[in-house]
Write a protein that binds this ligand. Sequence first.
Ligand SMILES: [Mg+2]
Length: 236
Amino acid sequence: MRYVLWDFDGTLATRERMWSGALWDALLTVTPDLPCDFEDVRPFMQVGFPWHDWHIPHYHLDTPEKWWSSIFPLFSRAASAFGCDDIAAEKIAIVAKSNYLDITKWRLAPYAMDVLMSLNLSGWKNVIVSNHVPELPQLVEGLGIAPVIETIFSSANVGVDKPHPEFFEFVLRGLGEIEYACVVGDSVVADIGGARKANLPAILVGTSDVTADIAVATLREVPSALDVLAKGTSAR
Ligand SMILES: [Mg+2]
């Protein structure tokens, strides 16, 4: 089998203002008079998630409840910093989770569906490999791309995040017989770095970097980049 190992966030789909947006909307819902701006919220969502500390596996967080229980303090800590009491902070964490999972806030990237379908038709299997929440399969379903996705590996369910070598080791073991596999993603550290550690070729989307085998501006160029790599000497 030939596999495309797709990153999700920022590559196939995006959530409006990401984690900060989910927290910000929760703050507005629970405590509308809070004296803070969206920009004040962002720094709180840029540290502490498992993917920020990717070198530390979290196999012990082996249920969605346990995984979320490690995330809730990030939300409630931010809420407390803006003056919320403990009860409001706890409520904000619960609302932020439900906001993050709200499918109406998610959008597919331009060309995502077309590209996934055309790769399927030409014999590639699409796999999602993402630093994400346990409920990633539901988001994939909600965005309507599940029929063209072979399988989904979310770091919350794997127990370790990209670019930790154990993440891609787990993915490759799970896929079994592999004729060719290539990572496609928008993160130099998580996607290209993770691919490098696993000795996989990688295509960088939306930006360029010397560590990527090929860099493309949009998803539309991914199929031809895959063909070039799979036929070229860098193929594994
Ligand atoms: Mg990404």
